[in-house]
Design a protein around this ligand. Structure first.
Ligand code: NAD
Length: 306
């Protein structure tokens, strides 16, 4: 049994904290949203009045917050987690998806305060958080990773040590850049097939076993029909929301600019997912790009849709 402080009990953090409780740990929760706190208490967790109070007796601090600015404030702010735990034998783990630069800055500040810290963003969505089957991509040193592993195993199934501080965030945004770009490629192929009079089923039959094969096609097909469990069969209810894909693509672009990496397709994917969000589809699954592209194709001047 480990004393854990859990900060950020939202759509992901709430069920993750519940899985820590189920595994027999004591979890002191803090969130700025009273409804999230109430759910944590109902699940058997204890409540803290502030982040500093939550971490007071903790051996491990886990945070699951919306963005880098929240993580900076929580750890580096006056009365923040690093000030409250300085010099103690506490392991800090941030599971939020944030920019690589912030993850590295916060880890460096923790190190200076004599604290171990890991970035450990996840994939697997709310379904994975509830089921305890998340993938963790972890950045930090070997000893901190070994210490975190049994705690992460209570919330996830696939736990990968990606490298030094920031490597977890790097792995997450690189993977999601592949996903965002490959999904758009699959969507465009189906839009073109429609307009050429090639049946969607035939394109799926060919490409799912040919060189166009990829996860976006065979596990998450953006047109209704070929993959029954895909969000395209339920009016694009997420799944993985367009807004979250846009967030990750923008994080990838920030990192690419900082690192001097040329990622033109990632950049274009970020632009397109921005337009899809602005079209009112931010809360739909990101595979809704097919419907959006299809509608735009049908509306091309002088063109009749097939
Ligand atoms: P969410 O908005 O549901 O939860 C965030 C929680 O943090 C909220 O309850 C909010 O009240 C709380 N919070 C904000 N500022 C706080 C502060 N200063 N102190 C304490 N609590 C604070 O978001 P989510 O869907 O749970 O996502 C959390 C993180 O996980 C994000 O970084 C997101 O990108 C990432 N993520 C989400 C998904 C997903 O499918 N939802 C999948 C993978 C990764």
């Amino acid at each position: 049994m480990t004393e854990i402080a859990f900060i950020g009990l939202g759509n992901m953090g709430g069920p993750m904290a519940k899985n820590l409780l189920k595994a027999g740990h004591r979890v002191a929760g803090f969130d700025v949203d009273p409804a999230a706190l109430a759910r944590h208490r109902a699940g058997g967790g204890s409540l803290a009045e502030s982040a500093a109070r939550a971490v007071a007796g903790a051996e491990i601090v886990f945070s699951m917050l919306p963005a880098g600015s929240h993580v900076r404030d929580l750890y580096l702010g006056a009365g923040g987690v690093i000030a409250a735990t300085r010099g103690r034998d506490v392991l800090l783990i941030d599971g939020s998806t944030i920019d690589v630069a912030t993850a590295r800055d916060v880890a460096a500040a923790a190190r200076e305060a004599g604290l171990a810290m890991l970035d450990a963003p996840v994939s697997g969505g709310v379904g994975g958080a509830v089921a305890g089957t998340l993938t963790f991509m972890v950045g930090g040193d070997d000893a901190a990773f070994a210490r975190a592993r049994p705690i992460l195993a209570a919330m996830g199934r696939n736990i990968v040590h990606a490298g030094a501080a920031g490597a977890g965030q790097a792995a997450k945004i690189c993977n999601n850049m592949i996903l965002g770009v490959s999904m758009l490629a699959v969507c465009e192929a189906f839009v073109l097939a429609d307009r050429l009079g090639l049946s969607r089923e035939k394109l799926f039959e060919v490409s799912s076993t040919a060189s166009g094969q990829c996860w976006s096609l065979t596990s998450y097909c953006p047109v209704p029909g070929p993959v029954p469990g895909a969000p395209s069969n339920r009016d694009y209810a997420p799944g993985f929301a367009t807004a979250l894909m846009l967030k990750d693509l923008r994080l990838a672009q920030m990192a690419a600019v900082d690192a001097g990496a040329k990622t033109p397709l990632g950049a274009e994917a970020a632009v397109l997912y921005g337009e899809i969000s602005e079209a009112g589809l931010a809360l739909k699954d990101f595979s809704v790009a097919f419907r959006w592209l299809s509608d735009r194709s049908a509306a091309a001047p002088g063109d009749e849709p097939l």
